[in-house]
Design a protein around this ligand. Structure first.
Ligand code: AKG
Length: 325
């Protein structure tokens, strides 16, 4: 057990390991269950750096934020708390924050990824979740639905800046759900517990199969891109459940993430990537600067297009699809 500001968390359970005890058993746990928790991986000082950087990013001090939520015009007159509560999640902060870019190759992350992915690893995405008290979670999904690798190597590294427990909206996973390598269908849910991202349905598991991944601040949760996972709302009275989550894959795989004019799907390769370990066999192609930092829609004021997607789904789906959803 670990006593933390938000209660006690069982860090002596299977799948939880410290850097000095990482070994074949950890890799085996990850392969079988689709996730692994590295505890004590990020120091208090590193977390404070991330907390300050999150505030600077939200204040617009690192540059323009595009996306669904307008930037704050009077952030200088607001407290950190007022500024942070404005955002649920910022995508690609590493594109304008050298501090966050530094965390892409954090020691514990590289140690685990080179065991579970292989020696050559690249990163294509970062996301900074602020998730203040009262903010929604994200419905069931599989990350490969969004970021398609060609060798199923996608892996998230979810750095807990604060304790993450059931009450403030930790991750929930369905252990082993990655193994069959199936991508389940998704639909635009209308469930206000979750943000506007689509929800997976039609999988052969129930809520009895899910487990909460409660972790003390400074832990990193690694999870496979086919693993079904979700998070529930932050039901605390105050505070945040801040997380920096980065996504990685083997450098050997092409990444058909964005369509490119004139390039067939088989050759499509998203090159806005950062190498974090080993060698890039496609370095001869060079690197590109494609994505910009942007804010994800939280759904506080409704999901706009997401709701019309729901209407379209209801109009076009078969009765069986609707029943399964
Ligand atoms: O942290 C969360 O609330 C959701 C994160 C997640 O599902 C992901 O990174 O894929």
């Amino acid at each position: 057990m670990s006593a933390t500001p938000t209660g006690s968390i069982d860090i002596d359970q299977p799948g939880y390991v410290t850097l000095d005890r990482l070994g074949a058993a950890s890799t085996r746990f990850f392969r079988e269950n689709g996730y692994l928790v590295l505890t004590g991986a990020v120091s208090g000082e590193e977390r404070r750096t991330l907390i300050d950087e999150a505030a600077a990013v939200c204040r617009g001090k690192r540059g323009e934020l595009g996306g669904a939520v307008p930037m704050l015009e009077n952030a200088d007159a607001m407290t950190d708390d007022e500024v942070l509560r404005h955002f649920l999640c910022i995508h690609q902060p590493h594109k304008f924050s050298s501090t966050i870019r530094g965390f892409l190759s954090q020691r514990g992350i590289v140690e685990v990824l080179t065991r579970v992915i292989g020696p050559n690893v690249k990163c294509m995405q970062s996301m900074l979740f602020i998730k203040a008290a009262g903010k929604p979670g994200q419905a069931w999904h599989q990350d490969e639905d969004y970021i398609p690798t060609r060798d199923r190597s996608l892996c998230g590294a979810w750095i807990a800046i604060d304790d993450a427990v059931i009450r403030n909206g930790c991750l929930w996973v369905i252990p082993g759900s990655h193994q069959r390598g199936i991508l389940y269908p998704q639909y635009p849910h209308d469930d206000r517990r979750f943000d506007c991202a689509l929800e997976a349905y039609g999988f052969p598991y129930t809520e009895k199969d899910e487990v909460p991944v409660e972790v003390p601040a400074g832990s990193i949760v690694f999870f496979n891109g086919y693993l079904l996972h979700r998070s529930l709302p932050n039901r605390s009275e105050t505070g945040y459940r801040r997380v920096l989550v980065n996504h990685y894959m083997s450098a050997e795989s092409l990444l058909p993430w964005r369509h490119k004019e004139g390039v067939g799907m088989a050759r499509t390769d998203f090159r806005d990537v950062v190498m974090v370990a080993g060698e890039d066999p496609y370095a001869y192609k060079g690197y590109e600067d494609i994505t910009r930092p942007h804010v994800r829609k939280a759904g506080d004021g409704g999901c706009g297009d997401g709701r019309s997607d729901l209407d379209t789904f209801l109009k076009t789906a078969t009765k069986e699809q609707i029943a399964r959803a």
